[in-house]
Design a protein. Sequence first.
Length: 88
Amino acid sequence: MEEQEFGGRIVEGRILKAGSAKTRVVAIDQTTAHRLYGRSIRRLKKFVAHDERDESAVGDIIRMRECKPISRTKRWRLIEIIEKARIE
């Protein structure tokens, strides 16, 4: 299936889980300042993404695009792998 150039939001995140075939759980870190105290708050949001070629692994940093629902929980599609995880 061809990757379309139009679509929803594009975000970057780190793969937390790669249990099923072509399915990845991705965490997106958001740091914002507290509106009253100014201290930085770290928020972690998890999304389920579709990896068509099954090429990513746990720890990789990826870029993904919002798309139409693929399954009950998958609404994101992997575009590219920005950085592969180092295996030590």
